[in-house]
Write a protein that binds this ligand. Structure first.
Ligand code: ZN
Length: 259
């Protein structure tokens, strides 16, 4: 299947719009250079189980000392037992005995972005006298829709035009996507947060972020559409207005990888 010409995304004028398209083949990663982000998260339950995160091997996480409560895995376990009982299951039967613990561990990983900050990854910019476009394509992401707590996942494409003074490290764009993806999300906000973080920390002339994803809450429940793909785009700085350059960049970000 050829993916639709992304010139159709020129229709995505404005901050974060969305269109549905048919899916197109996964492709190879293009070039990557760094990115940035900052996160704005409301503090949730004030419980402290920093060990819960550390035990998942998620690297440095901030607990309450960082101003945000860490993930309370024991509370998740209790809640999962409740849910199992509420759907008419027996939380004590053999196959389910360890489930609350497993779910808690999975949640600690899936939502660790709540306790991370993109500035941690974008803190290192490199002085580089270039204003040539930097593109990182096909950054896979997995996140959870905040309306149903069901996964949505896909690929993020990020482009920025440096200010002529600095760029960010190679892996930072992908890290930035993860910081925001590992939170309860809606795709529109995820797209905007990635773009805004780059603007804040890298101060480029312009940024384009495009996300393509599939939502399990559309597939498993509700309208049960199996092939709908959600595409969102955020334009910042010099890319806010439609232009030939912007169309070119969108084309590079989303062109078919010949799969
Ligand atoms: Zn949903």
């Amino acid at each position: 299947m050829n993916k639709p010409a992304l010139s159709s995304l020129s229709a995505l004028d404005g901050v974060a719009s969305s269109v549905a398209t048919s899916s197109w083949p996964a492709g190879l990663s293009a070039c990557c250079r760094g990115g940035a982000a900052n996160g704005d998260v409301t503090a949730k339950e004030a419980s402290t189980n920093v060990a819960g995160l550390a035990s998942v091997g998620l690297g440095p996480m901030r607990g309450v000392e960082g101003g945000r409560p860490a993930i309370d895995t024991q509370r998740i376990e209790r809640a999962v037992r409740e849910i199992l009982a509420a759907i008419g299951e027996d939380p004590q039967r053999d196959g389910l005995l360890e489930t609350p613990r497993r779910v808690a561990k999975a949640y600690a990983q899936m939502f660790c972005g709540l306790h991370d900050d993109a500035s941690r990854h974008l803190g290192r910019v490199f002085q580089e006298a270039t204003d040539d476009l930097v593109i990182c394509r096909d950054i896979e992401f997995y996140t959870v829709c905040e309306h149903h707590l069901l996964p949505f996942f896909g690929r993020a494409h990020v482009a920025y035009k440096p200010d002529g003074k600095q760029v960010v490290g190679l892996s930072k764009l992908a890290r930035t996507v993860d910081v925001f993806a590992r939170r309860p999300q809606v795709q529109e906000r995820l797209t905007a947060q990635i773009a805004d973080a780059l603007v804040e920390h890298v101060r480029p002339q312009g940024v384009i972020v495009i996300l393509e994803s599939q939502h399990l809450c559309m597939k498993m429940r509700g309208v049960e559409k199996q092939n709908a793909e959600m595409v969102t785009a955020a334009y910042r700085g010099c890319f806010e207005q439609a232009s030939l350059e912007r169309s070119d960049v969108i084309g590079m970000l989303t062109r078919s990888r010949g799969g």
